[in-house]
Design a protein around this ligand. Structure first.
Ligand code: AKB
Length: 340
């Protein structure tokens, strides 16, 4: 008998960290992870089996298929927006070819155990591309199907992978004699910038918010790489993890779309700085915009319309801006830096 597990790719990243911790605390599922690097020992202890390897390596996926029965996948592995602009071909390989491999893997798992495979995919506000700041200001909270003209390789990859997921869920091999669509139950969240109190991001363009908070808590000066008036949506990491799990558990009949916006608060970089200074009055936070990274953030929406997620599967973030700081970020970060 093969072991029944949930698979998490890119498990060592920020979302993986929160997701593994949360799933292990629930204790209802055995966890299998796949990442290029070994997990932190604290996370490693929480998983049934850890594969070190690439999502581009089909042999690794074959080995997993041979040993494990999987009906739930969180495909988190990705190369983010800033890093992707330095290595666009690698970004395409990881974000598109890697996702295609995982979708095909999910299809094969379904074939082998006969039950649908739920495939959770975090997309991003990077899938949007607003043409200029004036349009961004006018657009306000954007809906899923508006402004789908991303300007980064990462954004293009995310948008295309959303379509790949829709293809596997609804149209896979539509000309074959036997219907093969519907075997992969693809469900996608378009995440805003995520802010974790326990990990520091790298390679993204929304990183300025978590970097600012972590720098202040660690007693380091921080030069923010976007303008003070820059505004994009954010969410506290526990709400991001909760959203993934809630969407995974939602009855298929209640879902009216494959891709859902989710958001929680949409502060300007200046407003984030003010909140940081409230808790760390001596923090040194300056603004030194990097014109090129600024240009990327300027194409992302000031906020997202997540009415569909709220209606279809009951998405409600626990944390607003103030409570994210006072109840989650500041106490958890203080504890983290106190321990050193
Ligand atoms: C990035 O900045 O690339 C990511 C994202 C917004 O998806 N954090």
């Amino acid at each position: 008998m093969r072991r029944l597990v949930v698979l998490i790719t890119g498990a060592g990243g920020e979302i993986g960290h929160g997701l593994i911790t949360r799933l292990a605390a629930e204790g209802s599922r055995h966890i299998l992870t796949l990442d290029l690097k070994p997990l932190d020992p604290a996370l490693s202890r929480l998983v049934e089996r850890e594969f070190i390897g690439s999502i581009l390596d089909r042999n690794v996926l074959e080995r997993i298929l041979a040993e494990f029965e999987i009906d739930l996948i969180f495909h988190l592995a990705a190369l983010l927006s800033t890093r992707g602009e330095f290595t666009p071909v690698t970004a395409h390989q990881v974000n598109v070819e890697g996702t295609l491999n995982l979708l095909e893997f999910a299809q094969n798992e379904r074939q082998s155990h006969g039950r649908p495979v739920t495939f959770l995919y975090p997309s991003s506000i990077a899938a949007y591309g607003l043409p200029d700041p004036a349009t961004k200001a006018l657009a306000g909270r954007v809906k899923e199907d508006e402004y789908n003209t991303p300007t980064t390789m990462y954004g293009c990859n995310k948008l295309y992978a959303e379509h790949l997921g829709r293809y596997y869920a609804r149209h896979y091999k539509q000309l074959s004699s036997e219907t093969q669509a519907g075997r992969v139950d693809f469900r996608c969240l378009r995440f805003p910038g995520l802010i974790s109190a326990v990990t520091v991001p790298s390679g993204g363009t929304s990183d300025y918010a978590p970097e600012m908070i972590h720098a202040a808590a660690g007693g380091n000066a921080y030069a923010c790489f976007v303008r003070e008036d820059t505004r994009i949506p954010f969410m506290a990491m526990p709400d991001g993890v909760e959203a993934l799990l809630t969407l995974a558990a939602a009855p298929a009949a209640s879902l009216t779309r494959q891709v859902y916006n989710v958001g929680a608060f949409a502060p300007s970089a200046g407003e984030i700085r003010s909140l940081v200074l409230k808790s760390f009055p001596k923090a040194q936070v300056t603004f030194q915009p990097d014109v090129k990274r600024q240009r990327i953030v300027d194409t992302w929406p000031a906020d997202v319309d997540d009415a569909a997620a709220r209606r279809d599967w009951g998405f409600v973030p626990r944390y607003g801006l103030e409570s994210a700081f006072s109840e989650y970020l500041i106490p958890t970060i203080r504890e983290r830096y106190r321990k050193g």
